[in-house]
Design a binder for this molecule. Structure first.
Ligand SMILES: C[S@@+](CC[C@H](N)C(=O)[O-])C[C@H]1O[C@@H](n2cnc3c(N)ncnc32)[C@H](O)[C@@H]1O
Length: 190
């Protein structure tokens, strides 16, 4: 609906994209990851935005560090993940989608045990990504069974999954998250 209105105004739909790709993750989407994967050790959320994802992680894990390129009043601002050199046992984020490939490559370098990224399901495809996945197959793909409405505009267009890489695991398993109607309702009402 919003897209249609925008086209009528003669603007490109891409112009609708949030600055720095700021799309906060709904709580039920983070819970879909945590219900299907257990992390051990410290977690770094390197593109934390306003802390939407980090706050859910903190309900389950004590040791969570948060940073972002942009200072949004949560975690440490001014930290470019793509030029960072420090490592962490686990890295979890919903990255800016225009930099998704770079986040995968950098995340694989900097995570000691596990990397979990929320990505559009179509990121399973693509020649360049296929080459990367052949070398580094995700251990688990956790499918979110509904289209994710990040901004609450209604009529979301894209399907997502958590792509989880685990050091030493080279077989990919696919799981469909059990998302309850109540979770979706809670999300819509926010
Ligand atoms: C899709 S939003 C997700 C925010 C948060 N992870 C969440 O799930 O609610 C992507 C975030 O990546 C941040 N970002 C963009 N480029 C970045 C970079 N090079 N290094 C770190 N953060 C970056 C943006 O500022 C934005 O907050």
């Amino acid at each position: 609906m919003v897209n249609e209105q925008y086209k009528l105004l003669g603007r490109k739909v891409e112009d609708l994209r949030q600055k720095e790709d700021f799309y906060p993750t709904p709580k039920y989407v983070t819970e879909a990851l945590l219900n299907n994967y257990h992390f051990t050790g410290k977690i770094w959320e390197p593109a934390c935005g306003d802390g939407r994802l980090s706050e859910v992680l903190l309900q389950h894990y004590k040791d969570v560090e948060s940073s972002d390129l942009v200072d949004r009043g949560y975690g440490q601002g001014g930290v470019d993940f793509l030029t960072s050199t420090k490592t962490a046992p686990n890295i979890i984020t919903n990255p800016p989608f225009h930099l998704a490939y770079e986040f995968i490559v950098q995340g694989l370098k900097l995570s000691e045990k596990c990397l979990a990224l929320l990505l559009p399901i179509r990121y399973l495809t693509g020649k360049k990504r296929a080459k990367l996945y052949a070398k580094f197959p995700p251990a688990k793909v956790i499918v979110i069974p509904n289209k994710v409405d990040f901004l609450g505009f209604g009529s979301p267009a894209m399907e997502f999954a958590w792509f989880v890489w685990e050091k030493g695991v080279t077989q990919t398993t696919i799981t469909w998250a059990d998302v309850q109607d109540a979770d979706l309702k809670e999300k819509r009402e926010k």
